[in-house]
Design a protein around this ligand. Sequence first.
Ligand code: GDP
Length: 177
Amino acid sequence: NASVDEDCDYLFKMVLIGDSAVGKTNLLSRFAKDEFYLDSKPTIGVEFAYRNTKVGDKTVKAQIWDTAGQERFRAITSSYYRGALGAMLVYDITRQGTFDNIKKWLHELREFGDRDMVIVLVGNKTDLVDLREVDVEDGQKLAQLENLCFMETSAKDNLNVEDVFLQMITKIYSIAS
Ligand code: GDP
């Protein structure tokens, strides 16, 4: 675990998961680019970025982990999930298969993750209107069924990206503080 900084009151670890090429890395770079510290860890194939945000009068440092392509080899390990307070479960609204696999990812999350982890279901690439295969209602229904937060985003158009990360941080804060 990272040591406590003087410049933040809380440090929240959050992980991004979902099939390959759904947009995890782009969502992260969108959110983190104002303050971008991307640490490469080639030996374990994990990258993460930080961003500070304010919740009330407190400063929260979000440490967000990206799989760096490990999901292709089904090689995400328990250490990836360890200590994570939040998980962003991402699918691509233009590929039904990535939505169908959400169940698999949820299963893994519940196996390795913390019991009270905040999970947000994210349907990404809403800018690709004509290519949509997954209706917004399908995402909503699944989220309701599995008791998750839900939002659709476009990393490309920068739509809801800030919102979805802030929603997660605020929710974690309300549980952790
Ligand atoms: P990851 O493998 O889940 O990390 O996915 P990436 O972030 O590498 O994105 C995979 C591909 O989808 C890249 O070609 C991105 O440019 C593209 N992509 C990511 N987000 C969006 C989006 O919101 N809209 C569109 N049109 N393309 C996106």
